[in-house]
Ligand binder design. Structure first.
Ligand code: ZN
Length: 269
């Protein structure tokens, strides 16, 4: 929840109030703040003691609308609703796939845009966090991809000794598009991969089993603009039906990312 309410957001809130919508369709969202670099986590908090709330939690080095947020702001100033932000995946994220990436429908050498799991100061450094939750209160927690629109394929994956794919759209979206959180109360970073330029809307559902409140969930749509900033930033129709079914699963190779500008440590929490 952000204290910062711009004109468009106010209009959107007005529209929601007027039509009695709650968590309404993406048409009411403006995605008006452009996030182009620095650290942020897709976080989840338990609010009003019984409601989960998905949001962005930005670091002080995050660049929004061309300016660094900076240190010393009120905590709330670093939190934005998903509908207030577009993540800019600029061509600094573009590389040639070093190996085939079947979970993105790509062959070796094809262009691919990846926000990497390791920080590149030129790009948004996006994690997924449960650190606002009290770990002992939860017996399980997961983040699922439950909706998607975009001009190409998207996947969330991590590379280490091998590659683990958590979400991919190449074979549609189903119960396998789930990131199960083993260590509730922590946070981690992932590769966000896109197969072509354009505007992608990812609908994410956070679901947890609370020891006294039972199962709680929240769903929100997060927008990513891949390549040059579209103006206005409008999603393209889903093209899942146009894609062939690809082999999905574990890629037994470590992706080689460009070394330019990489640092291993987060520079802000
Ligand atoms: Zn993080």
């Amino acid at each position: 929840m952000s204290l910062r309410i711009g004109t468009q957001t106010a209009l959107a809130i007005g529209a929601i109030a007027a039509f009695g919508l709650r968590g309404g369709p993406a048409a009411s969202a403006a995605f008006e703040n452009i996030y182009s670099a620095g650290h942020a986590d897709i976080g989840v908090a338990l609010e009003d003691n019984d409601e989960l709330h998905l949001h962005y939690h930005f670091g002080s080095n995050a660049v929004l609308n061309g300016a660094v947020l900076g240190p010393g702001l009120d905590d709330e100033a670093y939190e934005y609703d998903p509908s207030e932000v577009t993540v800019l995946v600029s061509d600094d994220a573009k590389l040639s796939a070093p190996v085939a990436l079947p979970f993105l429908g790509l062959s070796a050498g094809d262009p691919v845009w990846i926000l990497p799991q390791s920080n590149n100061p030129l790009l948004p450094f996006v994690g997924i966090a449960t650190e606002e939750l009290t770990s002992g209160d939860w017996s399980s927690f997961s983040f699922s991809l439950t909706g998607f629109s975009g001009p190409g394929a998207f996947a969330l994956f991590q590379t280490g000794l091998g590659t683990t794919v958590f979400w991919d759209t190449i074979d549609g979206i189903d119960g396998t598009d789930v990131l199960t959180i083993g260590s509730i109360g922590g946070h981690d970073h992932y590769n966000f991969g896109f197969s072509t330029e354009g505007v992608y809307d990812l609908t994410i559902t956070a679901t947890g089993t609370h020891r006294t409140l039972g199962t709680l969930s929240d769903t929100a749509t997060f927008r990513f603009n891949v390549g040059p900033l579209a103006s206005p930033v409008v999603p393209e129709p889903a093209s899942l039906a146009m894609m062939g079914l690809g082999a999905v699963g574990v890629l037994g190779s470590v992706l080689v990312r460009r070394a330019r500008g990489r640092v291993e440590e987060e520079t802000a929490a």
